[in-house]
Design a protein around this ligand. Structure first.
Ligand code: NAD
Length: 480
């Protein structure tokens, strides 16, 4: 059976202690590969390789670093089908989603940052007749990049590409639940001829391999995406070491539907923003607030759409809902469904585990689930479920819906549906969300700042924000 390897100092190597963990396919519940169960020794070796590679990599002109990144992007595009199949097998997502979203976006991450570094200019502040001040942005050094399981290659490359473009060298850890495409990426880096030690990929668990990355004194900055609890733990460890931190954490996003929206488009996109990737996207809008005058119409149309979301083997082109990522995660989501009943919700659709036939008999499938009648401040409406479960709530006024939308500890993303442009801007400015979409969802422009407010994180990724994160500003003043 396939044994994934770490990518250290330009080579694929087994973990120092020789231990491996089973890697399961969520659609079948069966082990299909093994991943290194790396520890502090592997992280120490990876960091030593990254430190050794740093001087030459940071000296390389941005164009030359960028050329290698663009070449990686081209190889991801060349291998799109293979990577999409691997992502689907490892994560449980429909292969059609991996083919159209995850893998193309991973390729564009490398293409974008490969060229962005050439457009990254530093500032000059001229004081007439007195002084010339200019800023130099030095690469931060060796950085740690840690990513979650929901969009495995997409989020892994979203961190690695800007770090490398900025001239940093990297020790990266993908989620132990979805390590496969990160391993395939290491093969592509070898094919491209990325200099040894510039990127090092260490596989393993959070406590085993992640925590040593946070603790290692040679690692100067951490870019982390994952749960809010893990983010807290990382901040606790890294803050006293004065490491630069970017934390992209959980969300509980509102989807606000005003009566003057384009209803057909709102329903179509809300089905995606509720259930894409089985609801396991940090940006999914799991709390849908609908203006009362169109509540019944929205509900009818939305439920008709939910009935068409075929839960099936993610390898099938007809599959609209694949498997949840693990048995443990499925059980967590089922607990929230039980809680929604206990908190007085009315089940409108789904609510049950799905048992499929054939190779998927033991897979982790769940019906797309819709509740109504829950108080806006109940636990189901405040805590992140991260699965295919949404609530519908009618509202009467803008003030009311703003209070409810902002009434959680999270502040990642929000969506507003209305044809009234003044209202759209007014509401957007009052939402405590790092990202607001108006009449769209998951629209992506890599130049925009990406990240959350409140417990959804600290710092912003994307565009020049990411390049600023991975560099240290130095101000130089020349007296005239
Ligand atoms: P998680 O926090 O359990 O794990 C994320 C990563 O951190 C994994 O690689 C894990 O091994 C590692 N890790 C765990 N403990 C660690 C430690 N002590 N030190 C260092 N690393 C450690 O999250 P998950 O379950 O993989 O992902 C789901 C969460 O991610 C959800 O809360 C979701 O909202 C969030 N998420 C946020 C964004 C965003 O951009 N804000 C994007 C995707 C997912």
């Amino acid at each position: 059976m396939l044994h994934l390897q770490n990518y250290l100092n330009g080579q694929l190597v087994p973990p120092a202690a020789g231990r491996y963990l089973p890697n399961l396919e969520p659609a079948t519940g069966e082990v299909f590969s093994y991943l290194p169960d790396s520890d502090a020794e592997d992280v120490a070796r990876a960091t030593a390789a990254a430190e050794a590679a740093l001087p030459a990599w940071r000296r390389l002109p941005a164009e030359d670093r960028g050329r290698l990144l663009v070449r990686i992007s081209e190889l991801i595009e060349r291998d799109l089908e293979r990577l999409a199949q691997a992502e689907s097998q490892d994560n449980g997502k429909p292969v059609s989603l991996a083919r159209t979203v995850d893998i193309p976006r991973a390729a564009s991450n490398f293409a974008f940052f490969g060229t962005a570094a050439q457009h990254f200019a530093s500032e000059t502040h001229f004081q007439e007749g007195v002084a010339l001040n200019y800023t130099v942005r030095h690469p931060l050094g060796v950085v740690g990049c840690i990513s979650p399981w929901n969009l495995p290659l997409y989020l892994f490359t979203w961190k690695i590409a800007p770090a490398l473009a900025a001239g940093c060298t990297v020790v990266a850890k993908p989620s132990e639940i979805t390590p496969y495409t990160a391993f395939l990426l290491s093969e592509l880096c070898i094919e491209v001829g990325l200099p040894a030690g510039v990127l090092n990929i260490v596989h393993g668990t959070g406590p085993g391999a992640g925590q040593p990355i946070i603790e290692h004194p040679g690692i100067k900055g951490i870019s982390f995406t994952g749960g809010t609890k893990t983010g807290e733990q990382i901040a606790r460890t890294a803050a006293p070491m004065f490491k630069k931190l970017s934390l992209e954490l959980g969300g509980k996003n509102p989807n606000i539907v005003f009566a003057d929206c384009d209803l057909a488009e709102t329903v179509r996109t809300s089905l995606r923003s509720s259930f894409a990737n089985q609801g396991q996207i940090c940006l999914c809008g799991s709390r849908i607030f609908i203006e009362r005058s169109i509540y019944e119409q929205f509900k009818t149309d939305f439920l008709a759409g939910v009935a068409d979301l075929t839960v099936a083997d993610p390898q099938l082109e007809t599959s609209r809902q694949g498997a949840l990522v693990s048995e443990a995660h499925l059980q967590k989501v089922l607990c929230y469904i039980a809680l929604a009943h206990a908190e007085g919700g009315t089940l409108l659709a789904g609510g049950q585990r799905v048992m499929l036939d054939g190779r998927c008999t033991n897979g982790y499938f769940l019906q797309p689930t819709v509740f109504e009648g829950l108080a806006p401040d109940c636990r189901v409406n405040r805590e992140e479920i991260f699965g295919p479960v949404v609530t519908l709530t009618p509202f009467d006024t803008e003030e009311e819906v703003l209070t409810w939308a902002n009434g959680t500890d999270y502040g990642l993303a929000a969506t507003i549906w209305t044809r009234d442009l003044n209202r759209a801007h007014r509401v957007a400015h009052q939402l405590h969300s790092g990202i607001v979409w108006i009449n769209t969802w998951l629209h992506r422009d890599l130049r925009t700042p990406f990240g959350g407010m409140k417990n959804s994180g600290v710092g912003r990724e994307g565009g020049l924000e990411a390049l600023r994160f991975f560099t240290e500003a130095q101000s130089i003043t020349v007296k005239l």
